[in-house]
Design a protein around this ligand. Sequence first.
Ligand code: PRX
Length: 629
Amino acid sequence: MTYADFYQESIRQPEKFWDREAQLIDWHRPYQQVLDTSCPPFARWFVGGETNLCHNAVDRWLRTQPDQPALIAISTETNTEKTYSFAELHAEVQRMAAIMQSLGVKQGDRVLIYMPMIAEAAFAMLACARIGAVHSVVFGGFASKSLATRIDDAQPVLIVSADAGMRGGKAVPYKPLLDEAIAAADHPPQHVLLVNRGLDTMNLVSDRDVDYATLRAQYINAQVPVTWLESNAMSYVLYTSGTTGKPKGVQRDVGGYAVALAASMKHIYCGNPGETYFATSDIGWVVGHSYIVYGPLIAGMATIMYEGTPIRPDAGIWWSIVEKYKVTRMFSAPTAIRVLKKHPPELMKKYDLSSLKALYLAGEPLDETTSDWIAGELGVPIIDNYWQTETGWPILSVACGVEHKDTRLGSPGVAMYGYNVCIINESTGAECGAGEKGVVAIRGPLPPGCMQTVYGDDQRFVNTYWSNFAQEQLYSTFDWGIRDADGYYFILGRTDDVINVAGHRLGTREIEESISSHAQVSEVAVVGVEDKLKGQVAVAFAILKHPELAATLEQKLALEGEVMAVVVRQLGAVARPARVHFVTMLPKTRSGKLLRRSIQAICEGRDAGDLTTIEDPSSLVQIKAAVSA
Ligand code: PRX
C-alpha cells in the first residue's frame, strides 16, 4: 500500500482504519463501537472495549519473551546500570502496585510522580496503569511553585518521589522542594512514597512519608492482577504550558492511547520485539510517556531510561550505549545534537553503531546544519517529527513502516495517518493554499491517543483548542506553518506565548508571574529569543518599583541575579531567563496590550513590525538600548 492510500483511508474511513490498527494490542473485552463523535469536538475511541496499558506493555510479553530485556536503567551520574527483563519488570510493577494499594490508592485516584530518571519512576507509572490509578508525572526540573500548582489541580492521594536526582555530578535534592510544595498546596496528599537513593538526607514526615525499600520488602511476592478499564477511562494527566499562567492538564485515555502508540511504533518508529529503543528525553515530558515508557514496551522492545547528560563522562556516552545495547531506534532533540556537535567527532567514531537504523528528532525545529552534521556522522536517516503534549504522538513525520518517503530539509514531513491537517488563515479562517503561511490546525475528530480534554475542565478544552477560527470548529496547534505543493509542512514558531528552550516547552506567563513576585518588580514582559544552541531562551524586561535601586551596573547585576534566583526557586532552573533587563516603560498598545512580538523582534534584530497602535514609541528605544548594552 502506498502511504497516500494509507493516509486517505485513515481520513475517509477512520473507523475501518482504526479497527484494523486496534488489533495491534490485546483487548480483554472487545469494543462495541470504534468511534463515537456524538459530542464534538470530543471523540471517544473503542467504546465499550476493555484493556490495560500495563498489560499491553508488560504482561502481554510474558508469554513469548519473559526473559528478554524490558527496561534498561542507566545512570552515568551514579554509575549504575541495571537491566530488568519483562518478568522482572512485571514483578517490580506488582510490588509497586501493592504498595500503592496499601497506601489507599484506588481506581481513578491521582498519583503524582515527581522523580528523577530511575527505574522506580517507570514502575510507578506502570503500577498506576495496572490498577487504574491516574498518574501525573511532574518534570523533576520543576521547583516548588510549579509543583504546588500541579498538586492542587490533580489533587493526588499519593505522591511518589525520591531524595534527589543528580545532574553533572551534583545531587539535586527533590525532597525539600516537595515539602515546600506540599506546604504551599491547598490539597496535600495523604502519603508520600520516597525512594531513598542515598544522595541526600531526608526528613520523613511521620504519618505521611513512607520509605519505598521497606514497603517493597514487605510486598516482595505481591501479585496484583490487572484492572481492566473501559477504553475511555483516564490513564494520565500531564501538565503543559499555554497562554495563561495556569498549566493545562492534558488528559489521556487508555485504549486509544495504547492503539495509537502501537501503531506509531509499527509505522513511524519501525520497532520490533526484542530490539532496543533509546529515547533521551525525560519521563516528565510527553516524549518520556509515549516513547520511553509506553510505546517501546507495547511494541515488545527494551527501552533505555537514561539519567545523565549527553557529555558526561564524555560526548561518546550515548554512542557507547547504542553499541552496548544494540540500539536500533534512537529518539532525541535537536538541542542535544547541537551540544554533541561541539565535541570531537572521534568520540562517536570509537563505537560500532551498526545496529542503529534511524535517529528521530522532535520537540523543536530541526535546522539543516544540525541535521546534515548528524546524518553525516551516523550514516542513518534522520527523521524529524512534529507533535505536541496534546497529541501524544506525531502529527507530521514520514511513516517509513508504510512506505519509504524522502525527508525534506527544514520540514518535519507530511501529515501522519489520522490527522486531517490544514493551514488556516488567522484572520479570515479560510484554508490557505500551498506556500501560504497560516496556523496549523487539525480537522476533528482527532485520532486515537490525543488528549480527551483538559483535566477537570471540558470548557477550557473547547475554548482553548477548538474556538480559534471563524469558519469552522478546528483544533489549533498554536503553531504557524506552511504546506508546500507536495504536502510537506514547515513549522514557523508558536502563535501564542509558549516558548521552546532546548526542546522544553515553557509558558512566558508563568515566568512573568514568578518574576512579578519579587518585591521590587512592578511589571514584567518575558519573550522567547532565538538562541544558536537552545533554539530559544527566555529574556525578561522588568519595570522596578524604585528604579533608583538599579542605578549602577553593580546594582543592576545584583538585582538581575536576585530575579533569576526567584524563578529558579519557584519554577526551576529550566525556566531561568537568560537575561533580565530593567526598563521604565514597556511597549504597549493604546488599549494596554503588551506588544510582545515587537519586543521579541527587537531582541532578534528584526523590524518591530506594525506599530500604528503603540502608545509610546520611546518604550521601544529603551528595549533596543537594553538589548544592545
Ligand atoms: O511548537 C511546536 C514544537 O513544540 C511544541 C510542542 O511541545 P511539547 O508539547 O513539549 O511536545 C513535544 C513533543 C515532541 C509544538 O507545538 N515542536 C515540536 N516538535 C517540533 C516542533 N517544532 C518544530 N519541529 C518539530 N519537529
